[in-house]
Ligand binder design. Structure first.
Ligand code: ADP
Ligand code: MG
Ligand code: MG
Length: 200
C-alpha cells in the first residue's frame, strides 16, 4: 500500500532530479523552444518541495492535489498547467483514502494522463510529454514501476525523429525533427523518481 509519505517522497525525489537536470532540460528546450523548461520546472518543484515541507497533507490525494496547485500557480510555461493537471487529476482520483493500492494508483495516474491529453489536445506521436507518459502508464499495469520507468525513457528518446504537432516546437514544422522533446524528457524524470520512491 502507498501512503502520503510515499507520495511526498516521490515529489521530493522528483524535485531533486529536476534540480540536477535543469540545465539539460533547458538546453533541450533551446533548439525547439524558448530555453526555459528547466528553469520553469525548477521553480515549480522547489515550490512543491517547500509547500510539502511546511504543510504535510496526510492523504495521498491531498499531497498530489496540493502539489498540482503549486505547479499551476508557479510555472509560467505550458508545462505548468499540464503537470499541475496531471497531479491534481491523479490526486482527485485517489479520493480521501489514507493508503491506496498500487493498482488504484496506476488507475488514478491513467486518469491524470488522460486529463493532460484532454487539456493540451495532444496524443502520442505529437512530440510532447505524452510520448513518455502514455507508454509509462501502459507499462505500469498494476504497479510495475521499473517497467514504467523504462517505457518512459524509451518514449522520450523516441521523440527525436518526430515532428512536433503541439506546443511551441510545432511552430518550427520540420525543423523540430532531430531533437528530443524537453517535456517528454522531464516526464521520464518524474516517472524515474516514482520508481525510485517505490524502490524499483
Ligand atoms: P513553454 O513551451 O510554454 O515555454 P515549457 O518549456 O515549460 O513551456 O514546456 C514545454 C513542453 O511542454 C514541451 O516540450 C512539451 O512536451 C509540452 N507541451 C507543450 N504543449 C503541449 C500540449 N499541448 N500537450 C502536451 N504537452 C505539451
Ligand atoms: Mg519553454
Ligand atoms: Mg516559455
Amino acid at each position: 500500500m502507498l501512503d502520503a509519505d510515499f507520495f511526498r517522497r516521490w515529489l521530493t525525489v522528483a524535485a531533486a532530479a529536476v534540480d540536477r537536470e535543469a540545465d539539460r532540460l533547458t538546453e533541450l528546450d533551446s533548439p525547439i523552444g524558448d530555453a526555459d523548461h528547466g528553469s520553469n520546472l525548477q521553480r515549480g518543484f522547489n515550490a512543491v518541495r517547500a509547500t510539502l515541507d511546511k504543510d504535510a497533507p496526510d492523504t495521498p490525494g491531498a499531497v498530489l492535489t496540493l502539489a498540482g496547485r503549486q505547479l499551476i500557480s508557479t510555472v509560467g510555461g505550458a508545462s505548468g498547467p499540464l503537470y499541475g493537471t496531471l497531479l491534481r487529476r491523479t490526486g482527485k482520483a485517489l479520493g480521501e483514502a489514507a493508503e491506496v493500492s498500487e493498482a488504484d494508483f496506476a488507475q488514478a495516474l491513467k486518469a491524470g494522463v488522460d486529463a493532460v491529453a484532454a487539456l493540451g489536445g495532444a496524443a502520442p506521436g505529437d512530440k510532447t510529454m505524452l510520448d513518455a507518459l502514455v507508454p509509462a502508464v501502459e507499462a505500469l499495469g498494476d504497479g510495475d514501476f521499473a517497467a514504467a520507468r523504462s517505457a518512459a525513457e524509451h518514449g522520450a528518446e523516441a521523440t527525436i525523429p518526430l515532428q512536433a504537432r503541439k506546443g511551441r516546437a510545432s511552430y518550427l514544422g520540420e525543423r523540430s525533427i532531430g531533437h528530443q522533446d524537453p517535456g517528454a524528457t522531464s516526464s521520464a524524470l518524474l516517472i524515474a523518481a516514482l520508481a525510485e520512491a517505490a524502490g524499483a
